[in-house]
Design a binder for this molecule. Sequence first.
Ligand SMILES: N[C@@H](CCC(=O)N[C@@H](CS)C(=O)NCC(=O)O)C(=O)O
Length: 320
Amino acid sequence: MGLLVDGKWQDKWYDTSKSGGKFERQASKFRHFVGADDNKFQPESGRYHLYVALACPWAHRTLIVRKLKELEAHIDVSIVHPHMLSHGWSFDDYPGSTGDKLYGKTYLHEIYTLADSEITTRVTVPILWDKKTKQIVNNESADIIRIFNSGFNTLTGNTIDYYPESLRSAIDEINDLVYPNINNGVYKAGFATTQAAYEEAVNDVFGALAKIEQILSSQRYLVADTLTEADWRLFTTLIRFDAVYHGHFKCNIKQIADYPNLFAYMRELYQIPGIADTVNFDHIKRHYYFSHTMINPTQVIPLGPKQDLMQPHGRESLST
Ligand SMILES: N[C@@H](CCC(=O)N[C@@H](CS)C(=O)NCC(=O)O)C(=O)O
């Protein structure tokens, strides 16, 4: 784990000394868009490449929307090794990993320095890369899923909209609950280095899960009957919760399996054709339990949980 400073790799853990033990996520650096409004990055088949970790919930969002928007033939993917150790993400061989398909690099930080040899940044996945200009288009998953949602429609002819104009304020409102309290909330709990910071984060996680459980008791998806980006953004945290966040990040007041609505909703999303293929529990568990040695110094990876995610979800009756 580390970061690039003036283009040089430094092996450093997150610094929580100035924030009262709280984990504070750095803002993403590259925020360009693809599509009509930006002349520089036009939608073209085969021009863009996605760098991901199968373990990572943020990268997972981009893989899901790439699949649902039928972009697999147009945007290829390189998958890193699940371990993130002293050199950060690497392209070492591992089942389910691909190596760096574009440049044959060893470490992901070399992709950042290829874009800018003097860069100062954390080295995160996902990255949407432009082969033509050898630049990072965007390394913020919330943006990348919107790029995939609409930026390539002219190429694919797929006009399914996961962020429709008429639902934007409702989606934004859910995202404002889910991002700080759940998606990032589990990290704030797991990376907290004081009891107070941990307790505050965990209480926020379970407060928000209780609200979502209530919403899902009377409606099929987070925004009424329409599957939107808000659902996919929540899904990638839910699917990791019982396997990783409950134990490793100490979010152990309850499991997702203890919430009837959340658990059935998570299974419904998991069972949508193509989605289960984007979920790799080996990469997920191995990444967290093996990489975060200050949380789990033995690097022992737990065997459980054993859950049947294909059992019927029964949520069809909630649609009006
Ligand atoms: N805001 C980014 C966050 C991405 C992120 O933090 N990814 C993690 C993996 S789950 C990472 O690569 N961390 C490396 C680090 O922080 O040094 C996004 O949503 O795209």
